[in-house]
Design a protein around this ligand. Structure first.
Ligand code: FCB
Length: 477
């Protein structure tokens, strides 16, 4: 499949002058614990909401679970060797809360901490900077049973857990992300129910979003106090939201979805307030009684960096009568207070997730955060694409994925040229893995995983990315 909107990428590095990235640009790749580790019942690990969810019939495509995943728990040293062969400067991974603090409260599980200690040492031994995400969606099941993120106490539990990880790994880990994509945890987990724990209640989703941010703020305060050298941040998934036409009703639809998708998190974390138009839109859903005095000061505790995950753009329009609701992240229940907004498909090329490919949206997103919100260093903590891959003669020639990376790195470079302090880029993902509700049916990796044998095959994109890293840039076109 060639893609007319994206440059031919193979061999592109051999032509023309370079688009060079700033010295020290942090080239990385990302994964998450539940998506790759497997070993779900080993080493004292207890179930998370994703274990429960994936073992519930009908929740994940084909009944797939993360029980084995990429078996990274047992193959970690080999996987780090593959990272070193690619020349990665950094590796973003997440710690499984139920592995290091079974049941979500109480003392640490030394066996779980030891696994991450070995990972960190292995990375450092290969000159790879560890980048640790504390929460990539695997809430210990007992905390969900006690109310989950809609319950205020979960925020305090998260700060305790963060402290326990910082005590064990803070001497070696410099970069810390508290939460990965709180929008997904709140609105897919408690709004549409497409993700664990699979609940569907607009008010709960809004409360979950607030308590996730409160947990983030409390964790930042704890980490700051005990590890003053640490670089602390959060990772949010952001989308440019564009009205389908200039009609005022479409423009208003875009304002609403931008409020729920982006400003719900950016404003409290970086400005210390909820946007007034968002709280007005949500008036029918909640009275915001869950927001206590002082919460927003905690939530906006100073950070050292902001992580942005970028995949696509939302194009939206005013409701029309009788419109069919769309599945997944377009489901009305993801958008409390704006359920009847229509998501519009433009007919541009899409990935295997049906996400529209929109590299200019990355420039817009980075510029917006920098120009409207903060001077802090920014990092793209995830960017990538699922495509249908095939092994042919022992090789996986993933030209579409490679073109996606190429286009988005050009966009990242453009943002830097426009003055954005972008300091690093993490490709999603290092390897194929458990893609949440899609199980193993969607492949995002630069490394192919054979789920029968656990063989790893670096794809063309991995070799290409290694060359980008080696040259710290791409050829200009
Ligand atoms: C992001 C998640 C990541 C992965 C990619 C495709 O929303 O953070 O775990 O699933 O999407």
């Amino acid at each position: 499949m060639s893609n007319p909107h994206h440059p031919p990428a193979v061999g592109v590095l051999d032509q023309g002058p370079e688009l060079t990235f700033p010295p020290g640009f942090l080239w990385g790749a990302a994964t998450a614990a539940y998506q790759i580790e497997g070993a779900a019942t080993e080493g004292g690990r207890t179930p998370s909401i994703w274990d429960t969810f994936s073992h519930t019939e009908g929740r994940v495509v084909a009944g797939h679970t993360g029980d084995v995943a990429c078996d990274h728990y047992h193959r970690m040293p080999d996987d780090v060797r593959l990272m070193a062969e690619m020349g990665l400067k950094s590796y973003r991974f997440s710690v499984a809360w139920p592995r290091v603090q079974p049941n979500g409260s109480g003392p640490a599980n030394q066996q779980g901490l030891d696994f991450y200690g070995r990972l960190v040492d292995e990375l450092l031994g290969h000159g790879i900077e560890p980048w640790l995400t504390l929460y990539h969606w695997d809430l210990p099941q007992p905390l969900e049973d006690a109310g989950g993120w809609p319950a205020r106490d979960t925020a305090a539990r998260f700060a305790d857990y963060a402290q326990l990880v910082a005590d064990a790994l803070g001497d070696r880990v410099k970069y810390w992300t508290t939460l990965n994509e709180p929008w997904c945890s709140a609105f897919l987990g408690y709004g549409s129910g497409a993700h664990a724990p699979g609940r569907s209640d607009g008010a709960d989703a809004v409360r979950a979003g607030h308590h996730l941010m409160l947990g983030h703020g409390l964790a930042v305060q704890a980490l700051r106090a005990s590890r003053p050298q640490a670089q602390l941040g959060i990772t949010v998934n952001l989308y440019p939201v564009t009205p389908a036409t200039d009609a005022p009703a479409d423009v208003d639809a875009a304002r609403r979805i931008d409020g729920l998708a982006n400003r719900f998190f950016l404003d409290p974390v970086l400005r210390g307030s909820y946007p007034a138009d968002l709280t007005a839109d949500l008036r029918e859903v909640t009275d915001f009684g869950h927001v206590h005095d002082g919460d927003l000061a905690v939530i906006s505790s100073p950070l050292d960096l902001v992580g942005i995950n970028y995949y696509s753009r939302h194009v939206v329009a005013a409701p029309v009568e009788g419109a069919e609701p769309e599945p997944y992240w377009r489901a009305p229940s993801c958008w409390p207070g704006s359920e009847d907004v229509r998501f519009v498909t433009r007919g541009v090329p899409v990935t295997d997730m049906d996400w529209e490919i929109d590299a200019p949206g990355l420039v817009e997103t980075l510029r917006r955060v920098h120009e409207e919100y903060t001077d802090l260093p920014l990092y793209v903590t995830e960017n990538g694409s699922a495509f249908v891959d095939a092994v042919v003669d022992g090789r996986v020639d993933d030209v579409d994925r490679l073109a996606y990376f190429d286009a988005h790195l050009r966009a990242a470079h453009e943002a830097i040229s426009a003055g954005v302090p972008l300091r690093g880029y993490f490709a999603w993902s290092l390897m194929d893995n458990f893609e949440w509700a899609w199980g193993y049916t969607k492949r995002f990796g630069m490394i192919w995983i054979d789920y029968d044998t656990q063989a790893r095959i670096p794809k063309s994109s991995a070799r290409w990315y290694a060359e980008v890293i080696r040259r710290n840039g791409l050829a200009a076109q």
